[in-house]
Design a protein. Structure first.
Length: 289
């Protein structure tokens, strides 16, 4: 992300992103001195008409988007919307930076944005989710004209991928280990996802069955920050919507990660604690005069 976005932008440029996005993007935008403009979303992900409006209002250099199993909402953009988004980007000269880090969880992946906008699409992914977090190997597919600037950004920052990690990944791809690990993760994630939604039945949970996290819209009178703090006191870590929000008014929701624990049993215990917490009213704090 650092190399690609750094190669395609200059300080002061406008970078578009979903109104809810990966928190690391916000930190990176601050580092690179970029202005981030939020693009509206719905249940199918980013809204192309909203990007069109943003481009008409001011020049947009690039769009960072996660069209497959979006973090945090789990939305996956259908083919027709991918085509519409690519059309907008091509008309306005916007580079499409597609983060597909969760794409491996779909048994039948959808076409990437680069398929519809080959001269504007940049596809990035990583082994940190699909294989193991310790393998910090990233991949970029870019148009020919953008390869050298991105390569120069690599040389200026990390210089190269860690050789030993790259060798391990290459070996695992060649001997079938990577394919086996991906299949196991895909199956385990679906199992955890299904069980979590069963435990949380009765509340509004946005979750693609393949997703590695849940997006829980909180019932009244709970507020996201209060619920996250209460969950922490119960020994469960979750992330309030504000951590993902590009706008100043985030939804009243939290993200629940299903992959952080080593066993499904520990995940279920955590989800059960959240369900019990939802069934009780939040603490009322007394005003001090």
């Amino acid at each position: 992300m650092t190399c690609v976005i750094g190669a395609l932008t200059q300080p002061g440029d406008t970078l578009a992103a979903e109104a809810l996005t990966y928190p690391g993007l916000r930190a990176l935008a601050r580092l690179l001195q970029l202005r981030v403009v939020p693009i509206a979303m719905d249940e199918q992900g980013l809204v192309p008409d909203a990007l069109e409006a943003a481009c008409r209002a001011a020049p947009v250099r690039a769009l960072y988007t996660m069209p497959t199993l979006h973090n945090p909402t789990t939305a996956t953009m259908p083919v027709a919307r991918r085509q519409a988004l690519a059309d907008v980007a091509q008309r306005h000269g916007v580079s499409l930076i597609e983060d597909d880090v969760y794409g491996f969880l779909l048994a039948e992946p959808l076409p990437p944005l680069t398929h519809y906008a080959p001269q504007h699409g940049i596809f990035i992914t990583s082994t940190s989710k699909s294989l193991i977090p310790a393998l910090r190997i990233g991949y970029v597919h870019a148009p020919q004209a953008k390869i050298e600037p991105i390569a120069a950004a690599v040389r200026a920052t990390i210089y190269s991928a860690p050789p030993l990690m790259a060798r391990i990944v290459a070996r695992w791809v060649a001997d079938g280990t990577a394919e086996r690990l991906v299949a196991q993760k895909r199956s385990e994630t679906r199992t955890r996802n299904r069980r979590a939604r069963e435990i949380l039945s009765g509340v509004e949970v946005g979750a693609d069955p393949a997703a590695a996290h849940l997006w829980l819209t909180l019932p009244e009178p709970w507020r996201a920050d209060d619920f996250a703090a209460a969950a922490r006191r119960c020994g469960v870590g979750i992330v309030p919507a504000a951590a993902f929000a590009v706008t100043r008014q985030p939804p009243n929701a939290v993200r629940i990660c299903l992959g952080a624990q080593t066993t499904a049993e520990r995940v279920e215990r955590g989800i059960a604690r959240l369900a019990a917490l939802l069934a009780t009213p939040p603490d009322r704090y007394l005003s001090v005069v």
